[in-house]
Write a protein that binds this ligand. Sequence first.
Ligand code: ARG
Length: 255
Amino acid sequence: MLLIGALSFTALGCGNNEATDTDKSKGEQMETIKIGTDAAYPPFEKQEGNGDITGFDIEVLDAIAKASGLEYTIENTGWDPLFYGIDNGKIDAGISAITITDERKEKYDFTEPYFEAKQVILLPKDSTVTSLKGLEGKNIGVQSATTGEVVVQQAFGKTYENLKGYDDTPSAIEDLKLGRLDAVVADNGVLLEYAKKLGSDKFKVIEDASFEPEYYGIITKKGNTQLLDKLNEGLKKIKEDGTYDKIYAKYFGAE
Ligand code: ARG
């Protein structure tokens, strides 16, 4: 059920992909790498009705692959299974708006950052809450094992009883819509998009001074330097040649 939509994007138009099957003389041929994502985090990743996985991250990944001569397939693993998949080698890398944190860096490697984000709070329009602290005692929804969960736990304790963890962010949003939650905490790009979709007459997004900048990276198994180097090389190229900026502008406007 999780393995829907494994798209076979090959890095089209990349003439410099030397490491083919026929290239046996080189010990280190680059095979097709498997990428995991939790395709329920628009505009970074989402799954279309036809199964295609699309979004900002996916376009960045595709551009990186083309620039560094990598071939890849991508599958919608979900969030927790993405990390397990890296652990057990089912996937080689993950791109999923994943914040580079010290805790994760103990277990995984990350590419250089490719996006800056921060946490925000999604509230019903008529909510009187103006800060994270103002949510004390209220029902707060987060996606489990995300930095949204971390900031709420930092504010109200690890065992805060009104904190509800969901497997994916859309499920938390659903419960907010149904009035079962007073707020959802997640990344700004995502909640701003939901707020727009749900209607600014119904929902609003607020910031909190305690929320620090976060940086997204592509995650790999610790020590997979061959893949990490390739990804970083591609990322560097697309930042330098304007490809990254084009993708950024398409999703977030010029900056
Ligand atoms: N940036 C946050 C984190 O790394 C949330 C990412 C969630 N991504 C997703 N595709 N659901 O914890």
